[in-house]
Ligand binder design. Structure first.
Ligand code: UDP
Length: 457
């Protein structure tokens, strides 16, 4: 497009929904501000470009001979650390080549925006072709502070803490407890440490960090991070609430069925339960969740991704007749448009694993949460949701039996006069305000655009 000439941004997302969604939302924000966007995407999880007609997509192929190592079925059994390690090994080299071809072959590139998880290699690749690199951090500032403290925490022995001290405080990172530290169960803790430190170092060497958060939510955490990182910060979130040029979403049959079902429910009566795109649960936990939701006697909409329940295809471990007995009171689906669901007036509670996108999306709609974090930053997010912003209650995974679930859902739905729902609405208003004229996120976006246009490439 002629009017976007010389205003081209290249983006490199990590190919999981929790990373791709905010990157594509950011692409929409840039497009709205007059940039053209090229997305370099791994062949793994390659999206359908027809859903994003404003952007140009290029495939980054894997470097292995033969099949993509991530397409093998046993990949689904990999832990998150192995998955990220394989992803980086498989694609970073071809990313370098694809970036070089893009930069030499087309319109002037203003900058690269890469996901922080890709680490320092993307900085080297950008330097080689003379392009400045910004980083998108898809998590919050509070959890980044904990990631940045990994070397210190390791030296102090926090990662080898005995079970008996898990409820103790991390004195360097209040209000976190030892059990909130953003770790992942893995056979290879050294690799986890390398991934995290590479991410943090990659942020330090970047030309700026774009955050899907906003000042009124994480002012102190952003200030704390920025005093240790001498690169400009742009907290311009919540991304999905910015004006952008995305075409209206077409709803499929399942989306329409869900909306019709929600339309029939009382305002704020429905429990929406989803544990994101990566977490999984044991069959035993799955059955406790099913019975707990049923026994709470609130209508529920529950996302059970194929793969959520370890060792099963989908719902086959539910007791015979379970869904028939629930009738119209509950729905189990494979995937929903979560933004639409959370914005629906019938939804009164979100039982979440506290992925950062889910956290921000719930806060923006003023929906209180039940927090059952599984790994990485989710535990930090849960602590902030429950103890700092006080817009949710924690239901620990280890406590997740049907009786406890029933009790927590009921008490969160009743709102026992502790003001949780009012605080949720106050945060929703803050999220709206930061995007209004002269709101903090709008101002940071103006600064970000000026920053990018100041790069002379
Ligand atoms: N999501 C969705 N439908 C679902 C479940 C999740 O659209 O049924 C979206 C959700 O809106 C969010 C992303 O997938 O944008 C999940 O990201 P999050 O950071 O919450 O968790 P992750 O999947 O990375 O653990």
């Amino acid at each position: 497009m002629e009017e976007r000439k010389g205003r081209r941004i290249i983006m490199f997302p990590v190919p999981f929904p929790g990373h791709f969604n905010p990157m594509i939302q950011l692409a929409g924000i840039f497009h709205h501000r007059g940039f053209s966007v090229t997305i370099l995407h791994t062949s793994y999880n390659f999206p359908d470009p027809s859903r994003y007609p404003h952007f140009t997509f290029r495939t980054i192929s894997h470097t292995n001979e033969g099949e993509d190592p991530l397409s093998r079925p046993e990949t689904s059994g990999m832990d998150l650390v192995s998955l990220i390690r394989v992803l980086k090994q498989t694609y970073v080299e071809s990313f370098r080549e694809t970036l070089a071809a893009e930069v030499s072959g087309g319109d002037t590139v203003c900058c690269l925006v890469s996901d922080a998880i890709w680490g320092r290699n993307t900085e080297d690749a950008a330097k080689e072709v003379g392009v400045r690199r910004l980083v998108l951090r898809t998590g919050g500032a509070a959890s980044f502070r904990a990631f940045a403290a990994f070397p210190l925490l390791r030296d102090k022995g926090y990662f080898s803490t005995l079970d008996s001290r898990l409820d103790g405080p991390v004195i360097e990172l209040p209000p976190l407890k030892v059990k909130d530290l953003p770790v992942v169960e893995t056979n290879d803790p050294d690799e986890l440490y390398r991934i995290i430190t590479d991410m943090v170092e990659g942020v330090k060497s970047s030309s700026g960090v774009i955050w899907n958060t906003f000042e009124d939510l994480e002012r102190d955490q952003l200030m704390d991070c920025s005093s240790n990182f001498h690169v400009p910060f742009f907290p311009i979130g919540p991304f999905h609430k910015h004006s952008n040029d995305s075409p209206p979403k077409t709803k499929n049959k399942e989306d329409n069925e869900i909306t019709n079902w929600l339309d029939k429910q009382q305002p704020k009566s429905v429990v929406y339960a989803s544990f994101g795109s990566l977490a999984d649960v044991e069959e035993k936990e799955f059955l406790e969740i099913a019975c707990g939701l049923r026994n709470s006697e609130h209508p529920f909409l529950w996302v059970v991704r194929p793969g959520l329940v370890r060792g099963t295809e989908w719902l086959e471990s539910l007791p015979c007749g379970f869904m028939e007995n629930i009738g119209h009171k509950g729905r189990i689906v494979k995937w929903v448009n979560q933004l639409d669901v959370l914005a629906h007036p019938a939804v009164g509670l979100f039982w979440t694993h506290c992925g950062w996108n889910s956290t921000v999306e719930s806060i923006c709609e003023g929906v209180p949460m039940i927090c059952t974090p599984c790994f990485t930053d989710q535990r930090v997010n849960a602590r902030y949701i429950a103890d700092v912003w006080r817009v949710g209650k924690v239901l620990e995974r280890s406590m997740m039996d049907k009786g406890e679930i029933e009790q927590v859902v009921r008490s969160a739905m009743i709102d026992e006069g502790d003001g949780m729902r009012d605080r949720c609405l106050a945060f929703k208003e803050m999220a709206d305000n930061c995007l209004a004229k002269n709101g903090s996120s709008s101002n940071y976006l103006d600064k970000l655009v000026r920053h990018i246009l100041s790069f002379d490439s």
